[in-house]
Ligand binder design. Structure first.
Ligand code: ADP
Length: 255
C-alpha cells in the first residue's frame, strides 16, 4: 500500500521486567523529513530506536518502517535503514578510508574504494582519509560514522543522540550533515535530549515523556501549545555558544 510515511508506529509497549518504559507510543514520520524524538535521559528514546531498527522486540503494538512490518519483515526493514548510535562504530586503529572500505566490502558494494572516496569527499574528510581515526576530532569521527552508515544507500537514517558528548563546533558540523541528508531525500529519525537540536533540525518534534508521546507537531505548532510569551525588552546578549564559536573562528576541524 503506497504511503507518504516512512515510519508508522501504533500503540508500542515495552517493559524491562516490571519497569514499563513505553506505554502506548504512536507517531508517524513523513518521507524525506527530519523527525526528532525529544525526551529526557531515560525517557525511552533508545528503546524506540532499538525496536524500530529490529534490535529489540516490542511487547505490544505495531510499526512499519519503509512500509515493512518490523515483526514480520525484519530483513526488509534492515535493508532500508542505517543506525548510528551514541558511540561511534568507527574503528580507531584504521584510517578513515579503511573504515569506509571495510564497511563497503561487508555490504558487498561493487566498487568499495570508489564509494569510500565519494563519501570522504562529501563529508570533507579527503585530506584526513589516510590518518588513523584515533587522531580525528569528535566532529570528524561523527562525520565518518555517519558516512559509514550511508554505504548501501539506505532510505531511512536513524541517529540516536548524534551530538551527545560533542563540543559546540562538532555539534554544528553534525547538524549541517543531517540537514544535507534530508535535502538529499533521506528520511532522518533522530533522538535528542537537547531542545535546541530539535528546534534547529526537525520538521516535526515528538516529545516522549513517561512512556507516551505527550506532544507532536512542527515547532510553530508546539509553540502554540504554550501561552504566549510576555514581551520584554532586553538587550540581546550573545549566548555562550556564539561567543565560543566566534573565539575559535568556527571552521571545520579537518586538521
Ligand atoms: P533514553 O534513550 O531516552 O535515555 P532508554 O530507552 O535508554 O532511554 O531507557 C529507558 C529506561 O529503560 C531507562 O530507565 C533505562 O534504565 C531502562 N533500560 C534500558 N535498557 C534496559 C535494559 N536492557 N534492561 C533494563 N532496563 C533498561
Amino acid at each position: 500500500m503506497p504511503t507518504s510515511h516512512s515510519i508508522q508506529v501504533k500503540g508500542l509497549h515495552k517493559s524491562y521486567k516490571e519497569h514499563q518504559v513505553l506505554k502506548g507510543v504512536d507517531f508517524e514520520v513523513e518521507k524525506g523529513s527530519i523527525f526528532a524524538l525529544l525526551g529526557s535521559n531515560g525517557a525511552g528514546k533508545t528503546t524506540v530506536v532499538k525496536i524500530l531498527t529490529t534490535l529489540l522486540k516490542q511487547d505490544a503494538g505495531t510499526a512499519t518502517v519503509n512500509g515493512f512490518d518490523i515483526a514480520s519483515k525484519p530483513d526488509h526493514v534492515r535493508q532500508s535503514i542505517s543506525l548510528t548510535g551514541q558511540f561511534a562504530a568507527v574503528d580507531e586503529i584504521l584510517t578513515g578510508r579503511e573504515n569506509l572500505v571495510l564497511i563497503a566490502k561487508l555490504r558487498h558494494l561493487k566498487q568499495p574504494r570508489q564509494a569510500a572516496d565519494d563519501l570522504l569527499k562529501r563529508f570533507g574528510l579527503t585530506d584526513a582519509a589516510d590518518r588513523k581515526a584515533s587522531s580525528y576530532s569528535g566532529g570528524m569521527r561523527r562525520r565518518l560514522d555517519i558516512a559509514m552508515s550511508l554505504l548501501g544507500n539506505p532510505d531511512i537514517i536513524f541517529l540516536d543522540e548524534p551530538t551527545t558528548g560533542l563540543d559546540p563546533e562538532a555539534r554544528i558540523e553534525t547538524w549541517k550533515i543531517v540537514k544535507e541528508l534530508a535535502e538529499g531525500g533521506k528520511t532522518v529519525f533522530l533522538t535528542t535530549q537537547y531542545l535546541e537540536e530539535a528546534e534547529q533540525l526537525a520538521d516535526r518534534i515528538a516529545i516522549l515523556h513517561e512512556g507516551r508521546i505527550i506532544a507532536n507537531g512542527t515547532l510553530s505548532e508546539l509553540k502554540k501549545l504554550f501561552p504566549p510569551a510576555k514581551v520584554e525588552y532586553v538587550e540581546k546578549q550573545p549566548s555562550l555558544e556564539d561567543i565560543f564559536l566566534t573565539i575559535i573562528g568556527h571552521k571545520r576541524g579537518d586538521q
